[in-house]
Design a protein around this ligand. Structure first.
Ligand code: SAM
Length: 248
């Protein structure tokens, strides 16, 4: 890989172009994003997200950042935990995803304790040592410079607090890996084409999953960003992993 290029799915693109290409994907999928999540994961994403929130240790009164928060699934669960004395900041680089998220959470009656911020994970616009917890679900693999983003998350987290990264990972059972590969490469883009009229975006999403670091490589990257401790939990036999990283 040349230094000035990066992966966009299986393609190599100029590094400065990746964010715009990712933005185009999420602009295009925003309206059908929630329906597609349920269809593609057979609703398993709800369980994965509940597990991630459970690990976050977020409590009443906390200031929490849900980064790459999109349409707000995690923010919704976190808002219930922080209650009326805490605040959830739902941050995303993409205006369309934020709009869908804000409308959805308003429909759930969640108003008082959620703030919406358009921001890039690589350069978080918050003061240092501020958050009692940060979550990022299915977002990190879309970020151009993951190390820079993790370093930025480390900076804004309070000492003693933890970061929760929920992301697709590498299945641990070889047979499952084969079935999963054929499902993702053959069926998913077709479902994306039929339901969202956008096979291309779902082709990128599948490819980006394969390009994402496996469990151990992501743990190394998180530690390289400055975190003091990191463990992880495989869900659905490693199709998804939750990394939990502490700043001391
Ligand atoms: C697959 S969606 C996940 C949304 C939500 N967290 C969930 O789990 O349903 C990925 C989100 O990451 C956002 N994103 C991509 N690159 C980003 C960046 N550099 N900074 C912040 N958000 C980013 C996208 O706009 C999109 O909303």
């Amino acid at each position: 890989m040349k230094a000035d290029t990066t992966d966009f799915g299986f393609q190599q693109v100029p590094t400065e172009e990746k964010a715009a290409r990712v933005a185009a994907v999420f602009r295009s999928v925003a309206a059908r994003y929630d329906l597609m999540n349920d269809l593609m994961s057979l609703s398993l994403h709800r369980y994965w997200k509940r597990f991630a929130i459970g690990l976050s240790n977020v409590r009443a009164g906390h200031q929490v950042l849900d980064l790459a928060g999109g349409t707000g699934d995690l923010a919704k669960g976190l808002a219930k935990r922080v209650g009326t004395t805490g605040t959830v900041y739902l941050a995303d680089i993409n205006e369309q995803m934020l709009q869908v998220g804000r409308d959805r959470l308003l429909d759930y009656g969640l108003v008082q304790n959620i703030r919406y911020i358009q921001a890039n994970a690589e350069a978080l616009p918050f003061v240092s040592n501020h958050f009692h917890g940060i979550t990022i679900a299915f977002g990190l693999r879309n970020v151009t410079d993951k190390l820079k983003a993790l370093t930025s998350m480390y900076r804004v987290l309070k000492p003693g607090a933890c970061l929760i990264v929920l992301e697709f990972s590498t299945p641990v059972l070889p047979l499952l890996r084969q079935i999963y590969d054929s499902y993702s490469f053959h069926l998913l883009p077709k479902i994306g084409g039929l339901v969202a009229n956008d096979a291309e975006s779902y082709q990128y999403l599948v490819e980006s999953i394969r390009m994402h670091p496996d469990q151990e490589s992501l743990k190394s990257l998180i530690l390289q960003a400055g975190f003091d401790e990191c463990d992880y939990f495989n869900l659905s036999a490693g199709i998804v992993a939750v990394h939990r990283a502490y700043k001391y």
